[in-house]
Ligand binder design. Structure first.
Ligand SMILES: [Zn+2]
Length: 364
C-alpha cells in the first residue's frame, strides 16, 4: 500500500494540495496504521478504521490515535469529531463512538472523520495533562498547543501531526468534545464563538444546559480552527472520569442534529437549545480559593445566584470557618469544585454571566 500511495502522489505531482493517505505498512490491533489521511482516496459508502501515527515517546515508539472515517456514498460536508485532548474527559470519547456506530456510510452525504482519543499519553493515565520526562519532567495542556510545532516537544509534535497530516484538507466543520477537569463539575456546556453565525447555529443545535458566547482560547483545537475560518465549538459533556448516560445521549443527539442541519443525513432535528431552554451567557467569572483548606460549596450547578451571596467557605484542619467567598456578580452556577481539599487558586465556583456591556455582546 505504501508503494501505491507513493505512485499516486507522484502522479498528482505538485498540484495536489494534499498528497494521499499514507499507509506505513504496520498494523496495530489489526488496524492499518496511517501517517497521513486524505479522505479523497478512500472508498465511498464505507466506514474505515485507522490508527494514526502520532509522535514518539522516550524510547522512540509511536503514540497511535484511533480514527474512524465514514465516507458517504454521496458528496457533502466534511465533519471532524475530535475527543480525548484531555485524558480524564471520557464522555466525549463515548459520544463520538456512539455517533459513528449509528452512521450508515451508504446513506451519508459527505464525510465524518472521528478521533476517539487524540491524546493517548493522558488518557492512559486518566490525567488532564500530557506528561513529558525531559529534565525531570513537565506537564503540558495538549489543548493549548495547536497547531503544534514540527520540531517541538512531544505534545507539540503530536498536535502538529494531527493538524497537518490528519485534519488539513479533510475538514469543513469541527466538534471538539470535552468535560470539566478532575476535581470540578460542569453541566452540558458549550464554548461557542458567536462572532461567526455558523458557529452560533451549530451550538444551538445541541440540547445544552448552558452556552457561553466565547472569543476562544489560544492554542485550543476549537480556536485554532476558528482562526482558520473553519467553524468549531468546544462541547463540555459534564463531569470527568466516568460515563454519564444523559450527557453522552445529549452529545450524540446534538451531533446528529448538526448532521441533519448540514444535510449529511436524513432525519428530524431532536432536542436543541430552544427546547432545552439553554441559558446563554456572554461572560464568566471564577471564584478561586485564595488559600489552601477544605472547601464547602454552598451552591449547585445551574443555581441562579445574586451578587454578594456567599457561595463557598473554607475550613481549617479543626473545622473552623477561615474564609467565606461571595459571588462577584449575578449569574448562573456553571462549575463547582468537587474535591474538598483545595489549594490556592483552585476553582470553588464559576458563574456564567449575562454582561450588559455592549462590548460583550458576542462574548467576553
Ligand atoms: Zn477538556
Amino acid at each position: 500500500m505504501r508503494k501505491l500511495a507513493f505512485a499516486v502522489s507522484l502522479a498528482l505531482g505538485s498540484v495536489a494540495a494534499h498528497a494521499a493517505t499514507v499507509y506505513t505498512g504496520d498494523k496495530v490491533q489489526g488496524v492499518p496504521v496511517i501517517s497521513q489521511l486524505d479522505i479523497a482516496d478512500l472508498a465511498p459508502g464505507k466506514t474505515h478504521r485507522f490508527m494514526f501515527q502520532g509522535t514518539t515517546d522516550g524510547i522512540g515508539q509511536h503514540f497511535y490515535v484511533p480514527v474512524v472515517v465514514a465516507k458517504g456514498a454521496k458528496a457533502g460536508p466534511k465533519l471532524v469529531l475530535n475527543s480525548g485532548n484531555h485524558g480524564d474527559e471520557v464522555n466525549g470519547i463515548r459520544a463520538v463512538q456512539k455517533v459513528m456506530a449509528g452512521l450508515d456510510a451508504a446513506k451519508l452525504s459527505g464525510t465524518v472523520v472521528a478521533v476517539t482519543g487524540s491524546n493517548p499519553n493522558s488518557i492512559n493515565r486518566v490525567t488532564r495533562e500530557w506528561a513529558t520526562y525531559n529534565d525531570g519532567g513537565a506537564s503540558t495542556n495538549f489543548n493549548r498547543v495547536f497547531p503544534g510545532k514540527e520540531k517541538g516537544t512531544a505534545p507539540e509534535q503530536h498536535a502538529w501531526l494531527m493538524w497537518n497530516k490528519l485534519w488539513q484538507g479533510n475538514v469543513d466543520y469541527v466538534l471538539d468534545f470535552h468535560t470539566q477537569s478532575t476535581g470540578t463539575d460542569f453541566p452540558f456546556f458549550i464554548y461557542a464563538d458567536y462572532r461567526d453565525p455558523r458557529i452560533e447555529r451549530i451550538a444551538e443545535l445541541f440540547p445544552a444546559d448552558q452556552i457561553k458566547k466565547d472569543p476562544g482560547e489560544k492554542g485550543s483545537t476549537e480556536t485554532t480552527f476558528v482562526d482558520n475560518k473553519i467553524p468549531a465549538v468546544t462541547l463540555e459533556l459534564g463531569s470527568p472520569r466516568k460515563y454519564d448516560k444523559d450527557m453522552i445521549d445529549r452529545g450524540v443527539e446534538g451531533t446528529r442534529n448538526v448532521m441533519v442541519d448540514l444535510k449529511m443525513i436524513d432525519g428530524k432535528i431532536g432536542r436543541t437549545a430552544k427546547t432545552a431552554k439553554t441559558f446563554v451567557g456572554n461572560d464568566m467569572t471564577t471564584v478561586r480559593a485564595e488559600q489552601g483548606g477544605y472547601a464547602e460549596i454552598l451552591v449547585k450547578l445551574g443555581d441562579m445566584v445574586k451578587k454578594d451571596q456567599v457561595v463557598a467557605r473554607q475550613l481549617n484542619v479543626f473545622g473552623d470557618t477561615v474564609k467565606e467567598y461571595k459571588a462577584p456578580a449575578d449569574g448562573k452556577v456553571l462549575s463547582t469544585g468537587t474535591d474538598a481539599v483545595r489549594e490556592p487558586r483552585a476553582t470553588l465556583v464559576r458563574l456564567l454571566i449575562q454582561n450588559p456591556d455592549a462590548q460583550c455582546a458576542k462574548g467576553c
